[in-house]
Design a protein around this ligand. Sequence first.
Ligand SMILES: Cc1ncc(COP(=O)(O)O)c(C=O)c1O
Length: 460
Amino acid sequence: MNRSADLVAELKRDNAQFLWHPMAHPKAMKAEGGHPDIIARGEGCWVWDIDGHKLLDGVAGLWSSNLGHSCKPVRDAIVAQLDELPFFNTFAGTTHPRAIELSRAVVELMREDGVAAVMFSNGGSDAVEGALKIARQFHKLRDQGERTKFISMRQGYHGVHFGGASVNGNPRFRRAYEPLLPGCFQIDTPWLYRNAFGCDDETRLAELVAAQLEREIVFQGPDTVAAFIAEPIQGAGGVIVPPANFWPLVREVCSRHGVLLIADEVVTGFGRGGAMFGTRLWNVKADLWCLAKGISSGYVPLGATAISQAIADAFDADASGAGQLMHGYTYSAHPVAAAAALATLKVLVEQDIPGRVARIAPLLQDRLRRLERRVPFVGNVRGKGLMLCVEMVADPATKAPLAKTSDLPARVARACYRRGLMVRVSGANMILSPPLVISEAELDFLCSTLEAACDEVAAA
Ligand SMILES: Cc1ncc(COP(=O)(O)O)c(C=O)c1O
């Protein structure tokens, strides 16, 4: 690495001065010690910061680098594509081979889920935006144009576009940009650890929340509701795993009222939960799927909205022209992103990465759950597959939350960092989502580092 101290100092200064970071106050970067970690290099499941400090990537970039940071087939596909055709668009008059090949690969991969076609974009927020728009257009094509409303869940995260922010279930992402889209409503989340029903029975909790969804649809008027959108496992909201009967119940409620079910699989898609798609964990078929992140293993930005046969049929049946997609981006199905995704999907399938996740994840889950007994500020450890959350509390016995100003999660994260583990903190939650190719020895390192960091902070 060998960067001079001057160069490192200059990068940190320039970062504070010129770069506005997502989800950060620009001013915070300028404060003493406020500079973010500068990650300069990656290899396998490891990254190195600008000072040469080596870290196990416990967050896969940001739920993205599922195949690690040096997957040769993906890298080679990108380089070959750069030599062949770095860019061309897929607007009405043109297309290119990688876009076509990738559309077929995604549809074949998702055929058993009922997918007939796919529309590409540049990331998760785009994928959500596309799904919300297609949902409305679908209803219009069937003379149900009054179906414009969306229902979603509290704690849900669906990206940052105006559509996604409007169905977002966390006020922190909404307040600064309100007023958002009218006609969006949120129901509760079937969250066992904290729920407004005081319910500690999983099956019952799912029934209560599904009933709430149905009441909301009926209250709004089913003929005004376009879709219900949710993550098969909530990620950013704190890795909230729904009870096993929840999604099947939701599917029934939506079908009963002609409401489309949108699965936001931006995090859960492509293996993270231990199945190729999160909806498969719950044996449910959605109507629209939002995909990103793992689709290209984070190598090049790519989003996709997968479309069910019934929706595709409605567009095919349209004779009026109203089914024309007046939506899409210059870089939809960018050839380099499509090449990266094709290579990613090949590795995922050939190496059965979702199956691998299902096999190794219990190691991590079982070990981290022990933190609940070992560490006085760990209230709840939850997760599925390689997505986990360690929720820190003021008092585990009463579940009293940490004070908003508590620096405890940040202190644990810094202790992890010093010991060579990158984790992510969001409020009182420490979120872990390592690359899906992480080895058992690396998982062991992750667990023992986190244990040591928690012990260090608890003893301080
Ligand atoms: C479930 C979900 N949907 C949408 C998004 C937005 O994706 P992006 O940041 O690529 O726009 C995210 C991002 O983390 C997400 O977790």
